[in-house]
Design a protein around this ligand. Structure first.
Ligand code: B12
Ligand code: SF4
Ligand code: SF4
Length: 332
């Protein structure tokens, strides 16, 4: 996420008029996604992963711009003026939560999410910069977190800092979605069964527990089986099957190799011996070293004589230095 620190990006984030010099107003919209229930489905014995709720449907980057365009057209109709405008959701150098707070949509909680006092935080943000002067809403100035610190205490990697920022390099959301390479060994056990994103600091928030009730946008309703994927089945996805399964989904972002890396870590954390055959298959036959390496780690976590024998066997045929090093530490 180096783009966040670039000089030009910093300046533009500080003042949206660097993006659209004629800008008079910023209109901020919130798009609700499903409310996660948290628990794994009870009827099944398979080892399951967890996917962040915003990613259960279609990629919101493909939905919000359409919604914003319709909203801008409505405003043009009402004002009788063709507006100069720019749309953003996630992709642009602007501080979306900060603008949303100033537009009265909520306050920025200790978990750094924008929380609405009546609807919680399970929504995504999008903005329109306009050269039309709109009457501004009142900013949300109250901090409803008070003395609560549930998110800080519940965060598995302890990455929520006291100044309402997070140490993104330790956040499971960053590690599973944005981080490209090997996941640091010390963070793997804390990732639990999250295979894409993380909702823990929102799931424990009293404002979500009490109030999150907005119906999700129809485009974001869950695709079948996506909330708690069967880890063994996921690890077996070929490149073609991965692309087919996640076409149009945010889960495309880490690519197959990043996603299977996450699945392998979740298997290792489950310590479920039922995962071992799939992990060993990957260890011997997968072409991506990143996935082989994390499968070696996971096999080591599950342990046992068979895992050790197969790890040693894999070592004799392995040529990639990163995988060799993973196998060494798995059998140590
Ligand atoms: C980078 C990013 C991440 C990173 C870092 C998150 C973070 N907290 O910064 C990672 C990958 C970890 C992440 C995770 C998630 N994200 Co995110 N993420 C973003 C993104 C693209 C940029 C945020 C950003 O700018 N961070 C950088 C730091 C510097 O920002 P900051 O600390 O808020 O900045 C403060 C100060 O540093 C200062 N500042 C910063 N720059 C400048 C410049 C100047 C000139 C000045 C004066 C001051 C200043 O002002 C800010 C005060 O408000 C935004 C979209 C956007 N463009 O805003 C989405 C966004 C924040 N994410 C979103 C979501 C949904 C998530 C997840 C929930 C996804 C998930 N389930 O896995 C998690 C939540 C994790 C968490 N607790 O925050 C939503 C939040 C919606 C909401 N209700 O709040 C957003 C708004 C995307 C969207 N369009 O909806 N995310
Ligand atoms: S998304 Fe997960 S890892 Fe990141 S801050 Fe929230 S609880 Fe911590
Ligand atoms: S869990 Fe508590 S401290 Fe964290 S954001 Fe919610 S209200 Fe604020």
């Amino acid at each position: 996420m180096g783009y966040l620190a670039r000089e030009r990006s910093l300046e533009r984030r500080g003042d949206p008029r660097r993006i659209l010099p004629e800008a008079q107003s910023v209109l901020v919209a919130a798009l609700p996604y499903p409310v996660p229930a948290g628990a794994q489905p009870e009827e099944t014995s398979q080892t399951r992963g967890q996917v962040a709720a915003y990613a259960w449907g279609v990629d919101y980057h493909n939905i919000i711009p359409q919604r914003l365009q319709a909203l801008a057209a409505f405003i043009e109709d009402r004002t009788g003026k063709l507006a100069r405008q720019r749309h953003y959701t996630d992709t642009g150098p602007i501080l979306e939560r900060d603008l949303a707070q100033r537009a009265g949509l909520g306050w920025i909680g200790k978990n750094t999410c924008l929380i609405h006092p009546r609807y919680g935080s399970y929504f995504l943000l999008g903005e329109i910069l306009l050269d039309i002067e709109l009457e501004p809403d009142e900013p949300e100035v109250t901090d409803y977190c008070g003395s609560c610190r549930r998110c800080i205490d519940a965060c598995p990697t302890q990455c929520i800092l006291p100044d309402r920022t997070i140490d993104a390099g330790r956040c499971i959301s960053y590690l599973t979605i944005e981080h490209k390479g090997s996941i640091p060994h010390e963070l793997r056990p804390q990732m639990g069964n999250w295979v894409f994103g993380c909702d823990i600091c929102q799931m424990v928030c009293p404002w979500n527990i009490r109030f999150a009730s907005l119906p999700p946008d129809p485009a974001l309703v869950p695709h079948p089986g996506i909330e708690h994927p069967d880890l063994i089945r996921e690890l077996k996805l070929s490149p073609g099957e991965f692309n087919h399964k996640f076409r149009g989904s945010p889960i495309q972002r880490p690519h197959r190799r990043g996603y299977l890396r996450n699945v392998a870590i979740a298997m290792g954390n489950s310590r479920d011996p039922a995962c071992l055959p799939a992990l060993l298959e990957v260890l011997h036959h997968e072409s991506e070293p990143l996935v082989r390496g994390h499968a070696a780690w996971a096999a080591g976590q599950i342990g046992g004589v068979k895992a050790r024998r197969e790890l040693e066997k894999a070592l004799s045929g392995e040529t990639d230095p990163s995988v060799i090093s993973e196998i060494h530490s798995a059998i140590r």
